[in-house]
Write a protein that binds this ligand. Sequence first.
Ligand SMILES: Cc1cc2nc3c(=O)[nH]c(=O)nc-3n(C[C@H](O)[C@H](O)[C@H](O)COP(=O)(O)OP(=O)(O)OC[C@H]3O[C@@H](n4cnc5c(N)ncnc54)[C@H](O)[C@@H]3O)c2cc1C
Length: 422
Amino acid sequence: MNSLLADIAVIGGGPAGLMAAETLSAAGAQVHLFDAMPSVGRKFLLAGRGGLNLTHSEAAEPFASRFGERRAQVEPWLAALGPQQLREWAHGLGVETFVGTSGRVFPKDMKAAPLLRAWLHRLRAAGVQFHMRHRWLGVLDANADMPGAPWTLGFAAPAGDVAVQARAVVLALGGGSWARLGSDGAWVPWLADRGVGVAPLLPANCGFDVGWSPYFSERFAGQPFKSVAIEFRDSRGRAFTHRKGEFIATASGVEGSLIYAASGLLRDEIAAHGSADLMVDLLPDRSAEQVRAEVLHPRGSRSLANHLKGRLGLEGIKSALLFEVLGREGMHDMERVAAAIKALPLKLMAARPIDEAISSAGGVRLDALDARLMARALPGVFCAGEMLDWEAPTGGYLLTASMASGVVAARGSLDWLAQPRA
Ligand SMILES: Cc1cc2nc3c(=O)[nH]c(=O)nc-3n(C[C@H](O)[C@H](O)[C@H](O)COP(=O)(O)OP(=O)(O)OC[C@H]3O[C@@H](n4cnc5c(N)ncnc54)[C@H](O)[C@@H]3O)c2cc1C
């Protein structure tokens, strides 16, 4: 077996682990970074495919509110690396950013690859040593023989098993979505067995199954619902208030930014009650009175579909959804049709599997960590990134908090290493 001695081992080379490595090496620590995959930052690169939304330009107050019930714990991370500092960090790597119309912040060329390339170049120049194809196997043994190097970590590597002795460890193993990019959540039982509280990983920013009729699925899968609004109130009274945006019909249900924004509430409601009734407003720019007047307007010999198209511009996928949900019978009742156009109940039956989700909720419970993000049950072992138990909508919040927690965990491990020991 090969062995290696490191000041600090960072396991996981996503944005959280890379930011931890950067913070550590900048402070002069000798950092070894291990990742199971042949290269680091694979999810970061994927995030860049649709335009890398690095962070958000909104003020600190609304920004912090995006972390919901975890706001109080996440705010100190944002104090360590906030959205503005993240933009400056990107500029420092030669990547200019801009604020899109939605307030989201992107690199000027929208891409992740140039940013990652420049970042890795700088990390290597700073002395960070990368060990690719090193899969941590959950081995974390207290190292009684070597004072000051409390942990022996076990990795599977191409040339055989590798034992690494480290004085501090930063775990940045990611959540449970898109396992093929490296974050497979295999670490959950390993840490739970070591007494670290872990909440089950759940899909976040995910799609949902509705169970369309074959007709709807075949005709409309892949088509967008544009300029609609959704709202939702769960059985505990928590509400996603009427918000305009877009989403997409999939073969089995719905996905897309507007759905993702409500997905935490919808997921929890389905888990508790078996389904969730989402309200869709098909014409958010028209009042209920206007819609009712147009629907009830005499239509002569026109078909109902042509009547709705002519009077309200309701056609295509929107009109099809109305027919899909109300059925032939319901479409005879004009009062019902008018009401449904403004509040169409769409029954969501299941969240899509976690592997398809943009991110995951659950993970290492924040009360299992101290303020430095050190596991209370494993002194000297720190955790960062999406593997922690917080969630946020899309909009750059995921990357910002992942990277910010990487800074906090790195500072925590420096602090830990500087502590005098008996
Ligand atoms: C399609 C898509 C688009 C996205 N777009 C955006 C966006 O625009 N803006 C945004 O803010 N967020 C976006 N995200 C989310 C964002 O990419 C993640 O939240 C972020 O990458 C999490 O960073 P992380 O470092 O915690 O984990 P990850 O990036 O998942 O990295 C974890 C690393 O740990 C390694 N690892 C795991 N287990 C082991 C092991 N046992 N041994 C060794 N290594 C291991 C993995 O190989 C991986 O490299 C997107 C996600 C997806 C899927």
